[in-house]
Design a protein around this ligand. Structure first.
Ligand code: MLT
Length: 399
């Protein structure tokens, strides 16, 4: 058998696996050290009671003659698609059959490459969530990628591509920089896409952390976006579903791609075709759990958890700023983008933090070369650990 050679073009390991290995190795050699992990963006708050209740109820139903269900609709049950539209897309004219429920935004962002033609030019930001880049490399498009730098100098808002591109990946609030985009800035991308017949793949997984006005929660708040944008949303960071697995993609019926001959094809149709062929849907129990996130009590309980993480973000941000660090993000996002002191390379700073403070971050360069001299910290730890991490960094006299 001949392998897909494109895989040989990838870095040896996925970023977060490399970090996990390094940390496991350090722990093995230093078994008495208590490591605080603020690296991968994984949540720590338990699933909220309203969601637990829904899981129990749905499990009980599955154990009865009347309530048992086998395969569900590949695109998601109507009860969840309708609830998503009513709550997340109120007044935005998104329809239930434009929502595709899935087992995660990481999978969706990766799988979307299935419906993208091979010769498209792709723009991704730099630094970037590695999935967009790696999945395009796997599909053989390494040579088709251009980078849009996201830097201190441009306030972490990428400039429009200088050449014509067909696909633009955007993630806001941004992973990894933790910064937001205003409606005006996002509108420039939507206008660009409309003029150039490009498609925006918009990852809004961190939308629930937005605290400032004028930062859009969905790209469809921008006029004209419904013709050019696909949006990815997730229950992972919103409601702590990293272990339960549920997310969704919005593919409006007005978003079109083109054949070689210039014939217009609905991406909703293609994505539906892809989904029905390769996916058998998210389990009924988990979809009921996701539905419960939108109940009155569920919303309050989930908001409490988000506020908890946002408080951690401000504890970390203020603490590090007081120590003299420059820190971005953390206001509309659970991520903090910390400038390394004294121009230290990001892997060196990662090692130093691990050794001197037993705190794990994610080196900025792991997200692309424009992330060099930065380190990402997450606010998804416990409050106690967030406070202790700052204390340890202070005592380590790093700066
Ligand atoms: C991250 O740390 O960037 C996230 O956990 C990645 C993800 O959600 O897959």
């Amino acid at each position: 058998m001949r392998i897909n050679d494109n895989f040989l073009e990838l870095e040896d390991n996925y970023l977060f696996s490399t970090i996990a290995k390094k940390v496991a190795n350090y722990q093995k050699n230093n078994p008495d050290k208590k490591i605080i992990k603020l690296g991968i963006g994984d949540v720590t708050r338990p699933i909220v009671p309203k969601v637990v209740e829904a899981i129990k109820k749905a499990s009980d139903e599955m154990g009865t003659e009347e309530g048992f269900r086998g395969y569900g609709p590949e695109q998601g049950y109507d009860f969840l698609r309708n609830t998503i539209v009513k709550n997340d897309y109120k007044d935005l004219n998104i329809e239930p059959d434009e929502i595709f429920v899935s087992d995660g935004a990481k999978c969706d962002c990766g799988n979307i490459v299935d419906i993208i033609g091979n010769d498209n030019k792709i723009a991704i930001t730099n630094p970037v969530y590695p999935v967009y880049l790696d999945t395009n490399i796997m599909a053989g498009r390494k040579g088709n990628i251009i980078y849009l730098p996201v830097l201190e100098e441009n306030n972490f808002v990428p400039e429009l591509p200088k050449e014509k591109v067909d696909i633009i990946y955007l993630c806001f609030p941004n992973n990894p920089t933790g910064t937001g985009i205003t409606k005006n800035d996002l509108k420039k991308f939507v206008d660009y896409a409309r003029e150039n017949k490009s498609i925006i793949l918009y990852d809004a997984a961190y939308e629930a952390y937005i605290t400032e006005e004028n930062i859009p929660h969905s790209i469809y708040e921008i006029e004209g976006a419904k013709d050019v944008a696909i949006e990815f949303k997730s229950f992972s960071k919103t409601a702590g579903f990293t272990g339960l697995r549920c997310a969704y993609v919005v593919v409006p019926k007005n978003v079109f791609g083109y054949t070689k001959e210039g014939e217009k094809i609905s991406l909703n149709k293609l994505w539906n075709r892809r989904t029905t062929t390769k996916f058998n849907g998210v389990s009924y129990i988990i979809q009921r759990a996701a539905e419960a996130v939108y109940s009155e009590e569920g919303k309050k309980q989930v908001k409490n958890n988000i506020d908890y993480y946002l408080e951690n973000a401000s504890i970390i941000k203020e603490g590090l700023t007081k120590l003299g660090f420059t820190v971005y993000g953390g206001i509309n996002s659970p991520y903090l983008w910390l400038k390394t002191p004294n121009n230290m390379k990001s892997w060196d700073f990662f090692d130093l933090l691990l050794e001197k403070a037993n705190v794990v971050g994610t080196p900025g360069i792991g997200f692309g070369d424009c992330g060099e001299y930065f380190l990402r910290l997450t606010a998804f730890g416990t409050k106690e650990n967030s406070i202790e991490a700052i204390e340890r960094i202070k005592n380590a006299n790093i700066i």
